[in-house]
Design a binder for this molecule. Structure first.
Ligand SMILES: CCCCCCCCCCCCCCCC(=O)SCCNC(=O)CCNC(=O)[C@H](O)C(C)(C)COP(=O)(O)OP(=O)(O)OC[C@H]1O[C@@H](n2cnc3c(N)ncnc32)[C@H](O)[C@@H]1OP(=O)(O)O
Length: 172
C-alpha cells in the first residue's frame, strides 16, 4: 500500500498548470467521488473549462433513495467532490467547511447530468464556490449549490489513518 506521505507528494504534483479543456486528475484512486478503484464510488471524470470545471455524470442503483431517484446524500457527495477539482485551478489544497444544496427537482437514476462549478471569490484562506447540475437532454436545472472551502496545509491530511484500498493505483 502506498504510504500517506507518498500520496501527499503525488497530490502536490497535481497542483500544476492544467490546460483549458484538459481532464483533471482524480484526488486519489480510492476517492469516493472520483477514484477509479472505489467500487462504491462515482468515478467522476472532470475537465477544466476556462476558469471553471465541468463533468457529466449518471447516478445508478447504488445511489438510490426513493425508487428511481438518487439519494440526496449521494448527490451532495458528487457535488462536494466535484468542487474538489476547482482546487487544481488554485495554488494548493483546501477542504469543505460549508456546503449548501438546493434540490430543485429530483435527480433521476440513469439520466445524464452536466455539472459546472467555478470560484466566485477568494478572501485569504477562503474560497467561495458555486455549482449547478442540469439534465443534459433538456438543460433543466436540478441542483444549485454554494460552498466555502478553506485552504489547509499538508498537516490537515495527516490526521487520518489510510485503510483498505486507499492509495492503490495512480489516481491520474
Ligand atoms: C500538498 C497536499 C495536497 C493534498 C491535496 C488533497 C486534495 C484535496 C482533495 C480531497 C478530496 C476533495 C473532496 C471534496 C472536499 C472534501 O470533502 S473535504 C472533507 C470534508 N471537510 C472536512 O473534513 C473539513 C473539516 N473541518 C476542518 O478540518 C476545519 O474546520 C477547517 C476547514 C480546517 C477550518 O478550521 P479553522 O482553520 O480552525 O477554521 P476557522 O478559524 O474556524 O475559520 C476560518 C475562517 O473561515 C470563516 N468561516 C468558517 N465557517 C464559515 C462559514 N460557514 N461562512 C463564512 N465564513 C466562515 C471563519 O469566520 C474564519 O474567518 P477569518 O476569521 O479567518 O476571517
Amino acid at each position: 500500500m502506498t504510504s500517506l506521505e507518498d500520496l501527499i507528494s503525488t497530490w502536490a504534483a497535481k497542483f500544476r498548470t492544467h490546460p483549458d479543456g484538459s481532464r483533471l486528475p482524480a484526488h486519489h484512486a480510492a476517492c469516493l467521488g472520483c477514484g477509479e478503484n472505489n467500487p462504491h464510488g462515482h468515478h467522476l471524470r472532470v475537465h477544466r473549462e476556462g476558469d471553471g470545471v465541468v463533468a457529466r455524470h449518471t447516478f445508478d442503483e447504488r445511489h438510490v433513495g426513493a425508487p428511481g431517484i438518487a439519494h440526496g446524500g449521494a448527490v451532495a457527495a458528487v457535488v462536494d467532490d466535484f468542487y474538489g477539482f476547482l482546487l487544481y485551478l488554485t495554488d494548493g489544497p483546501a477542504v469543505t467547511r460549508n456546503l449548501v444544496l438546493d434540490y430543485l427537482a429530483p435527480v433521476l437514476l440513469g439520466v445524464e447530468y452536466e455539472l459546472r462549478a467555478n470560484i466566485t471569490r477568494t478572501e485569504g484562506r477562503k474560497l467561495f464556490v458555486e455549482a449547478t447540475m442540469s439534465e443534459v437532454a433538456t438543460s433543466r436545472r436540478v441542483v444549485c449549490s454554494t460552498a466555502l472551502f478553506l485552504k489547509v496545509d499538508v498537516g490537515h491530511f495527516l490526521q487520518g489513518e489510510p485503510t483498505g484500498s486507499f492509495g492503490q493505483g495512480s489516481g491520474q
